[in-house]
Design a protein around this ligand. Structure first.
Ligand SMILES: Nc1nc2c(ncn2[C@@H]2O[C@H](COP(=O)(O)OP(=O)(O)OP(=O)(O)O)[C@@H](O)[C@H]2O)c(=O)[nH]1
Length: 313
């Protein structure tokens, strides 16, 4: 019998486990993905516009007062909406939670409570489902993966409510602060405002996303570092098109001219969109499960154990 050729040896040696990545992809594509984001910031800062601009669809409506005599909301409300968007066969279920009324009262004390409670309630619901004897194969995940916190473009500094709330939120969720409506500032004002806010965030020790963990390799640590260095994108949102150099682009007219939302020389919208959808979508989801939910779960289970011990003794 003739000795096998190199090709025959190679063909016989192929086991096929390298297809596991395709098998996983097939399963994940069938199930689809889930991304839950909450938007927090004073009325009229452009929260709905920004979300609709990022996902290029009209997903949420403005909650502003339509008539001058409409009463101002007395409390922070929680308005979740859910949409399924599809891109190249990938299905993404998007839960967007709007928080109208936040920061709008004269006395804003505790106006953040409904937001923190909502985030914790989602962790709690997930934990309950996880602990049932006959748990679902796939638990519907409503845990909030990202909180976009809108900072007023005052040109001065953070308000005390921003500091308190970002601190509270960063204990339970990935907080990504953004400078809203940055076209109301000149380029010089924007840069100095950004530097000021960054220094304040560091001074007040506000722990923003992304976090370094012991498991991070060199590349991930460097990536996190670069994200932190570019924290606070200065945004302009728009659901309308304007004509620039004969081309119709997503943008808005202001007193200085026209802003092309997608032009990095005009604002940092593209940076935020890439960060949320192209580079960090999966990491935001993972960090929620591994850091925020894990901390919540540990606390709840320890409390439960203590209760049981007290009852037994
Ligand atoms: N100049 C400027 N105006 C903006 C920008 N984004 C939104 N707007 C406008 O600001 C107004 C309020 O925008 P919304 O997106 O409804 O703001 P919101 O924060 O969702 O407001 P509420 O739903 O009331 O909480 C609208 O007239 C928008 O067209 C922006 O980046 N720059």
């Amino acid at each position: 019998m003739a000795a096998p050729t190199v090709e025959e040896i190679r063909a016989n040696a192929y086991v096929g486990f390298d297809t596991i990545t395709q098998q996983i992809e097939h399963k994940l594509l069938k199930r689809g993905f889930q991304f839950n984001v909450i938007v927090v910031g004073q009325t009229g800062l452009g929260k709905s516009t920004l979300i609709n601009t990022i996902f290029a669809s009209h997903l949420i409506d403005t909650k502003g007062r339509k008539e001058a005599d409409e009463p101002v909301r007395q409390t922070t409300e929680i308005h979740p909406v859910s949409h399924v968007i599809t891109e190249n066969g990938v299905r993404l279920r998007l839960n967007i939670v709007d928080t109208p009324g936040y920061g709008d009262q004269i006395n804003n004390e505790n106006c953040w409570d409904p937001i923190v409670k909502y985030i914790k309630d989602q962790h709690s619901a997930y934990l309950r489902k996880e602990l049932t004897a006959m748990r679902d194969r796939h638990i519907q995940d409503t845990r909030i993966h990202c909180c976009l916190y809108f900072i007023n473009p005052t040109g001065h500094s953070l308000r005390s409510i921003d500091i308190i709330v970002m601190k509270k939120l960063s204990e339970v969720v990935n907080v990504v602060p953004v400078i809203a409506k940055s076209d109301s500032l000149t380029m010089e004002e924007r840069e100095s405002f950004k530097q000021k806010i960054r220094a304040e965030l560091v001074h007040h020790n506000i722990r923003l996303y992304p976090f370094d963990t012991e498991e991070n390799d060199e590349e991930e640590v460097q990536l996190n570092e670069s994200i932190r260095a570019s924290t606070l994108p200065q945004l302009v949102g728009s659901e309308r098109n304007v004509i620039i150099d004969g081309k119709s682009v997503r943008g808005r007219k202001n007193r200085w001219g026209v802003v092309n939302v997608e032009d990095e020389k005009h604002c940092e919208f593209v940076y935020l969109r890439n960060f949320l959808t192209r580079t960090h979508l999966q990491d935001l989801i993972e960090t929620t499960a591994q850091i925020h939910y894990e901390a919540f779960r540990q606390k709840q289970l320890l409390a439960l154990k203590e209760q049981t011990n007290t009852r037994a003794s």
